[in-house]
Design a protein around this ligand. Sequence first.
Ligand code: ADP
Ligand code: ADP
Length: 229
Amino acid sequence: MSIVRFVNVSKEYMLGEQKVRALKDINLEIEEGVFLAIAGPSGSGKSTILNLIGCIDTPSSGNIYINGQDVSGKTPDELSDLRARTIGFIFQTFNLFPVLSAEENVEYPLLQFKDISTKERRERTVKFLDIVGLAKFAHHRPNQLSGGQRQRVAIARALATHPKIILADEPTANLDHKTGEGILQLMKEINRREQTTFIFSTHDARVMAMADQLIHIEDGELIASEITK
Ligand code: ADP
Ligand code: ADP
């Protein structure tokens, strides 16, 4: 089964009186467990695709299926529930809470789940900080960590809810070459081990080279989708 399916998806934004066509008739299937890169110039629609998959935006027309569920017709509450249980987000600017420690940042999203006990929450926090190599930095705040370490915290936070899909908007954009490479290797390792689907946008040729599936979009249109591995 595909973890993500787009059927004739279009997205328009209103910019004052003007209509902006961000995506035009996108058809797309993403298999569970892939490491998928979305490539395209700035303004081509990459973030819009990620926002649609992440259920933080809805299509103007067409249907989107996430983990087999048609998202159209769902209420905002149902969408936020689907998002919380299915999706993890990683941003190019990391988006950590500056006043919380690494550990508290990872633990924070777990607080919304009433079915996760305090013990389970603590265990997951420790486990995922360890997986990203930051056990020793648990009590550091973001401003006491390097860019690469901050992105590792963000990855641990995204993983802690056991999502099926991790969405990453240009995850290496604010990292130097070597650090970015380390972050990618880590994401790939987790992808292989946990079978978590990774979907990320990028301008970075190295990132594209590591992908199992590469999607090219230009001016809101899907130009190519190739399975590379
Ligand atoms: P990137 O090219 O790195 O993806 P963008 O500047 O295109 O960054 O977009 C960053 C965020 O701002 C996206 O989430 C997008 O939805 C939003 N955004 C982009 N363009 C506009 C716009 N013209 N008006 C309002 N929001 C926008
Ligand atoms: P990318 O991520 O590839 O840079 P985006 O998905 O952010 O591209 O944007 C695609 C197009 O949609 C751009 O023309 C952008 O300006 C426009 N856009 C994105 N988000 C918004 C928004 N919230 N309001 C208006 N226009 C937007």
